[in-house]
Design a protein around this ligand. Structure first.
Ligand SMILES: *Cc1c(COP(=O)(O)O)cnc(C)c1O
Length: 391
């Protein structure tokens, strides 16, 4: 009881009170008017979130379900797609593509770095019959932001679908689907949307939907054509996740009243603050240049096991951070600053990390005023630096 439970992972994330209250309501019936009118009212809000004029479909699944839905509904077996593999979630695209018997052309990107759009362009020219690009907007396993806008400029000129896993980017950093030429955008409930896990969102451009019309999916449950017809009536194909949808409606009202741009600015400031604090402590960030806004990946000093460090932080401070995945296990820690997180949570996390390093590992903190530096960085970042992302 010394410390509040603090969940600072890149999903699931903490949830605001307004959402918790919605989740505790009576379950209304998913085929009756009251629910359908909520669903109809939700569409324009979700379109604003996605930056699209197309319908935003709601699936009962974690984010991976929507990834699968995209691959199975947009591509026929045997088609060739480029997969950007720069982390665990990039690899997941490849696994799903193989399940659909696609021919993935893998662009391997060093973990911690973003894909070079020129390389994608060259690969398209070399391979000739590429039908799609599967990529993450934000590769959560490494903390990298891929250049989606630049990829969209390339794919718009070809008969190629740009399929973007925005699970740790939507509602966190700018990703306007239509303006950037994204053909399929996906997100999940438990990241930037500040909801419990269990719901995913997916939208298809006209180009993607037209392609889907010619595809026979081998998947019964994830049928995007069926979902698209149903959403027009304010329904989902099967029983809707009613509580989560009420929560989604509440969070969208919060987002839109605060303003999406202000939300992005806040995450930008939290990111700058975390990075500043981390380096003032004497640690280095894993993603150096193209870093995402919802989490910060941090290298753990060589003689320290990251998993043990996280356990010590959790047992002393009741603060739950994420570790590394695959070959980064034990080597990095990931501080989530997406979801219902504010400056004081990050100050707490920086302090907990520094304290534990000092007490348990005799680590020498570089700058004693690291918290003050981080705070200053937050307010400075609120004023500047983000403008170029809003073009
Ligand atoms: C969390 C995450 C996923 C996986 O989502 P699940 O909800 O666990 O299925 C996929 N891609 C990215 C980029 C993620 O951050």
């Amino acid at each position: 009881m010394d410390f509040k439970y603090r969940l600072l992972t890149p999903g699931p994330t903490m949830i605001p009170e307004e959402v918790k209250l919605e989740l505790s309501r009576d379950i209304i019936h998913h085929r009756k008017d009251r629910f359908k009118s909520i669903m109809r009212g939700l569409q324009p809000k979700l379109k604003t979130l996605f930056g699209t004029k197309e319908d935003v479909l709601i699936l009962s699944s974690s984010g991976t379900g929507a990834m699968q839905a995209a691959v199975f509904n947009l591509f026929n077996p045997g088609e060739k797609v480029i997969v950007v593999e720069g982390g665990k979630f990039g690899k997941r695209w490849t696994e799903i593509a193989k399940k659909r018997s696609l021919k993935p052309v893998i662009i391997e990107v060093e973990w911690g770095e973003a894909v070079d759009p020129e390389l994608v362009k060259d690969t398209i020219k070399k391979e000739k019959d590429i039908k799609g690009i599967l990529v993450q907007a934000s590769e959560t396993s490494t903390g990298v932001l891929h250049p989606i806008k630049e990829l969209g400029e390339i794919t718009q000129k070809f008969d190629i679908l740009l399929v973007v896993d925005g699970i740790s980017a939507v509602g966190i950093s700018p990703l306007p689907m239509d303006r950037w030429g994204v053909d399929c955008l996906i997100t999940g409930s438990q990241k930037g949307l500040m909801l419990p896990p269990g719901l995913s969102l997916i939208s298809l451009s006209e180009k993607a939907y037209n392609k889907a019309l010619g595809v026979i999916s081998s998947d019964f449950y994830f049928d995007l054509k069926k979902e698209k017809n149903k959403i027009k009536q304010g329904e989902t194909a099967y029983t809707s996740p009613v509580a989560l949808i009420l929560g989604l409606n509440a969070i969208m009202d919060l987002f839109l009243s605060y303003g999406l741009e202000n939300i992005y600015k806040k995450y930008w400031a939290l990111t700058q603050m975390t990075r500043c604090g981390v380096s003032a402590i004497g640690l280095s960030c894993f993603a150096e240049k193209n870093y995402t806004w919802g989490l910060t990946s941090v290298r753990v000093p060589k003689n320290i096991d990251g998993k043990e460090l996280l356990n010590k932080i959790a047992s002393t401070f009741n603060l739950h951070l994420a570790g590394g995945q695959d070959h980064l296990k034990g080597k990095i820690i990931r501080i989530g600053h997406m979801g219902y997180v504010d400056m004081s949570d990050i100050l707490f996390a920086l302090n907990a990390i520094a304290w534990t390093l000092k007490k348990e590992y005799n680590f020498v903190i570089k700058e004693k005023d690291f918290l003050e530096q981080a705070s200053t960085s937050y307010f400075d970042a609120k004023e500047q630096g983000y403008e170029r992302y809003f073009s």
